[in-house]
Design a protein around this ligand. Structure first.
Ligand SMILES: [Zn+2]
Length: 246
């Protein structure tokens, strides 16, 4: 009986508190600084969890308040400020990705505005769910194989210049005005399902895409994000810095 119990104890120890393996969520927020960014930073500070804000250079330059949000994010030890381009392709993605040199120049201009000086530059391309990491690479086939072939030189050149490109596993979707679509409860159940059925770029790791505009006051940004993080914590998920994803 004693042996049996100690075997159980060993198994329980291996299994961890909640899951068979560590499940880590990578919170990522795109397009800031925007309305909503201040709420995100204050929730991250209160909850003390890591996250990555992929910022747009042009949005930083839009106002001194936005510059202050960049400075605040960079001063937070658990927050990584990543590159989301200077221009966000002016939302003309096919046109933008037609010029490889211009794509990399735009990313480098964002580095300057964001004050990112050390390789690798953690980056999310505007409008593209693409990965280029030392041990993993994938393209965005939602754009079609032919378009992907045309854009591949951009992804390769950016990677060669020291940009680590991160796509995502799942999105907290928003409507055309930026309002979140799924309820927090629904999003949490989607995340549970993704981990359970293993449809993830890397096992045990889930990159969640969100957008700063979703967290403005008019959409209850602070309480929604607090509820999401609280829900993930209650389910035993860990939170990862993007540097630990590779
Ligand atoms: Zn974006």
């Amino acid at each position: 009986m004693k042996i049996f119990l100690s075997c159980l104890a060993v198994l329980a120890g291996l299994a961890g508190p909640a899951f068979g393996q560590q499940r880590t969520v990578y919170l990522t927020f795109d397009d800031g600084p925007l309305t909503g960014t201040a709420n995100i930073l204050s929730v991250l500070e209160t909850e003390s969890v890591p996250a990555t804000l992929f910022m747009v250079g042009m949005h930083v330059e839009a106002s001194p308040a936005h510059e202050a949000l960049l400075a605040k994010a960079k001063a937070m030890p658990l927050v990584t400020v990543g590159n989301h381009s200077y221009s966000h392709a002016h939302d003309q993605y096919r046109h933008f990705y037609a010029d490889t040199d211009a794509v990399v120049a735009d990313l480098e201009r964002a580095n300057t505005v964001l004050g990112l000086t050390k390789k690798p530059f953690h980056t999310r391309l505007p409008g593209r769910d693409v990965f280029r990491l030392p041990d993993f690479s994938s393209d965005d086939f939602s754009i079609g194989k032919a378009e992907d072939n045309r854009e591949e030189p951009d992804f390769e050149f950016a990677a060669a210049e020291g940009f680590y490109l991160y796509g995502w596993d799942h999105e907290w979707v928003h409507d055309s005005r930026g309002k979140p679509v799924q309820s927090v409860e629904h999003l949490l159940s989607e995340i549970d399902n993704l981990f359970s059925h293993g449809r993830l770029v890397k096992p045990g790791k889930l990159i969640l895409l969100m957008h700063d505009e979703m967290f403005q006051d008019s959409y209850d940004g602070t309480s929604n994000l607090t509820a999401l993080i609280g829900g993930l914590k209650a389910k035993g998920y860990a939170f990862g810095t993007i540097e630990s994803y590779d």
